[in-house]
Design a protein around this ligand. Structure first.
Ligand code: C5P
Length: 243
């Protein structure tokens, strides 16, 4: 096969030119980073699991009418996606206090939040993805007000759906990160969900034991990263019970 043109290499994924215009191939690596890439490592088999988990979640979200970039999985590590113009904002949705929110506001990890909180971060590695508000987004033109309305709406719909999906398999969806992109159709654009949804970008706690089934195992040197990701995949019905 001819060597494909690499479009972009991120910390956990590579994007290649797709087979048709407007498509890309998203390749899932085993590389793991944390704290803005100050901590680096490899979790053997993570890419395969995240490809499968993200395929599953994006397919289910598509079924309930959330537009996503996912087209189909191609193989163990790759999926075909729609090319989008990435909105340079990381959207974090929180249901339970944890991570940077607990640190910033002094709220103990595990405390149920009185309501779901959406936060925005400017996607810029050099700046360490600083937290921003709607004011910054509007002032610097990173997204229009209409786009931000759509983004917040899709983030809430995704949270409602995923909270239920995970609760059904004994997992608490503590928080997660989403990214969105624009698709252009002549002079009009619309917002769709992009990137991935996997234990790399979610906090997932076992509902009875509070065991962490996500990337915090890597961030906090807890070990058992791949087993945790496998457990999520198994409960989602993506791996045989004994695997
Ligand atoms: O670190 P923090 O508590 O702000 O993370 C909130 C959620 O967003 C976590 O689930 C984390 O995995 C995710 N996140 C991410 N990528 C980032 C920052 C946060 O996936 N760059």
């Amino acid at each position: 096969m001819a060597r494909r043109r690499q479009i972009y290499e991120g910390k956990a994924k590579i994007l290649y030119e797709g087979p048709e215009p407007g498509t890309l191939i998203q390749y899932f690596k085993d590389d793991a980073t944390a704290f803005n890439a100050q901590k680096k490592g490899t979790i053997n088999g993570k890419g395969v699991l995240n490809n499968r988990i993200s395929e599953h979640v994006f397919t289910l979200l598509g079924n309930i009418g959330v537009p996503t970039h996912f087209i189909r999985r191609l193989n163990m590590r790759e999926q075909l996606i729609r090319q989008v113009e990435i909105v340079p904002i990381e959207v974090v949705v929180r249901n339970v206090a944890a991570g940077s929110l607990s640190k910033r506001l002094g709220i103990e990890e595990g405390v149920q939040l009185p309501r779901t909180i959406i936060e925005y971060y400017y996607k810029d590695d050099a700046l360490g993805d600083p937290m921003i508000s709607d004011e910054h987004i509007a002032a610097f033109g990173w997204a229009t007000q209409e786009e931000m309305h759509d983004i917040a709406d899709l983030a809430i719909r995704t949270n409602d759906f995923l909270s239920g999906l995970f609760a059904g398999i004994g997992i608490r969806l503590v928080d997660f990160k989403l990214e969105f992109g624009r698709i252009w159709d002549n002079d009009y654009s619309r917002i769709i969900l992009a990137d991935e949804i996997s234990p790399d970008g979610c906090r997932l706690w076992d509902m009875t034991t509070n065991e962490k089934l996500d990337k915090d195992r890597f961030r906090r040197d807890l070990g058992g990263e791949v087993e945790a990701y496998q457990e999520v995949a198994r409960r989602l019905g993506l791996l045989p019970d004994g695997a």
